[in-house]
Design a protein around this ligand. Sequence first.
Ligand code: SF4
Length: 199
Amino acid sequence: MGDNGTVNHGSDLDRKVLAAVERLGRALRAARQEVATRHEVSLLGLSVIETLANGRPRRVGDLAAELDVSQPTVSDAVTALDKRGLIQRDRDPTDLRSTPVALTDTGTRLAADTATELGPLLAADSGTEVDRATTLRVLLGEIARLQAAGVITVNRSCLTCRHYQPPGPRSRARCLLLASPLPDRDLRVDCPEHEPIPA
Ligand code: SF4
């Protein structure tokens, strides 16, 4: 039943889920903006730093695809971070955009600082662990749907990975590559071993 005693149709529920996700997104964006301003980087610059924090260098084109922004936009952000000494790249004067970008030691320290500052905000404790694990699976399903619709470019989560074996009537979900059970709580959002399901 809905809030006013009427029966909820799927579309009402979908709108409420979307509104809740948007509200969360705005709150997180505001908090991240505050952290970015404190460290004198742009919000996109902070996203670049967070993306590079796992130690895997990326080309500007890869960063643009992952962050769903244009190459010139991310290129400007990378240049600003470069001037601050937060990122490094082996310059290829013939094609700057194909040059892998990585964090410097200073950039790595800033990534750790911002992760610490954002940590309390990201420490969800509402609902049970099972609730939160289910939420994770549902959100990853929505991300997969938006990727299929062309809204999201890069998605390296388990639900779109060829190695993911969904749970069956008598079997639990598994990662076939890692040869280990993969319950909802362990689903990865950005896995370095992810391989897309062949079309
Ligand atoms: S390889 Fe990574 S993304 Fe793929 S199923 Fe295993 S843990 Fe998930």
